[in-house]
Write a protein that binds this ligand. Structure first.
Ligand code: A2P
Length: 274
């Protein structure tokens, strides 16, 4: 089995998972089956991706026992608020075909709407009721994390953020380390852009690995939970071929230098227009 990381609620999460953002609904089941066949035991979806049904279908078709697989989904922004969160959770579970979810995340803080604390209270309720094992957030900045903890006393298990060698998030990773919150990377390959980087390619040649494997391995060694997305069975398997080599100090130093102040690809959580 792939390595797992401990969470602050006593549970653990497989460090490598399959991401399905932008995976079309009608190919999601196949991608999930390919991942489970390649040894993945962790799938990351979201209500807004429109493919929760495909995740459930792929899981059931795989023959892998439900209890062996860690499933994450996320509450979409439009459903924030206490009652609407509880309803949205039921809808996601119906689509997934699951009784219990492993991890539920608030997808974005949407700070201007001032609903994320009430949303977090609903997440706490769902965990108390045993419907979800772990609760966390995505795209939260320190001020949002501080606020939910101050108002409820309950820390998120994890924060899923944009994180890759071009956008290394030093401040947020430092905050997570201080507060015992796991760091999960979305767009871990920089949406594929890192695979063109000459420095990454040189490290890959040195190890007889692919650029994608070098970047996934970097996340593993940094202690991130990492969820590379691919629709292709060969690339899904390739991205899991990262447990038979290690980056050396020189490789890690070279990748550290790829960080860019303007390296963000996706929306800024403080100013996102949704
Ligand atoms: P595809 O789905 O066609 O394989 P990220 O996870 O950072 O968002 O990156 C996802 C992008 O990287 C997708 O465009 C995906 O394309 C591509 N990708 C994922 N794994 C690999 C790989 N091993 N080799 C080349 N491209 C990859």
């Amino acid at each position: 089995p792939h390595p797992s990381l401990p969470l602050n609620d006593g549970r653990s999460i497989p460090q490598l998972g399959l991401g399905v953002w932008r995976t079309p609904a009608d190919t999601t089941a196949q991608a999930v089956q390919a991942a489970l066949a390649a040894g993945y035991r962790h799938i990351d979806t979201a209500a807004i991706y429109g493919n929760e049904g495909g995740v459930g279908e792929g899981l059931r078709a795989s023959g892998v026992a439900r209890e062996e697989v860690f499933i994450t989904t996320k509450l979409w922004n439009a459903e924030q608020g206490f009652d609407s969160t509880l309803r949205a959770f039921d809808a996601s579970m119906q689509l997934l075909g699951l009784d219990v979810l492993d991890l539920y995340l608030i997808h974005w803080p949407c700070p201007s709407r001032e609903l994320y604390v009430d949303t977090w209270r609903a997440f706490i309720r769902l965990r108390e009721e045993g419907r979800v094992r772990s609760i966390g957030v995505s795209n939260f900045e320190p001020e949002h994390l501080d606020r939910i903890v101050q108002e409820t006393g309950i820390k998120p298990a994890l924060n899923q953020i944009e994180l890759h060698p071009r956008f290394q998030q030093h401040r947020l990773r430092g905050y997570h380390a201080t507060h015992g919150i796991a760091t999960q990377a979305w767009s871990p390959l920089g949406q594929g852009q890192l695979l063109e980087d000459a420095g990454i390619q040189a490290i890959a040649r040195k190890h007889g690995k692919t650029a994608a494997q070098v970047v996934v391995r970097w996340h593993i060694e940094m202690g991130h939970v990492v969820i590379p997305k691919s629709v292709n069975a060969g690339r899904i398997a390739e991205n899991a071929g990262v447990f038979d080599f290690a980056l050396d100090a020189q490789d890690m130093a070279a990748i550290a230098r790829l960080d860019q102040a303007e390296g963000r690809i996706g929306p800024n959580p403080l100013t996102a227009a949704f």
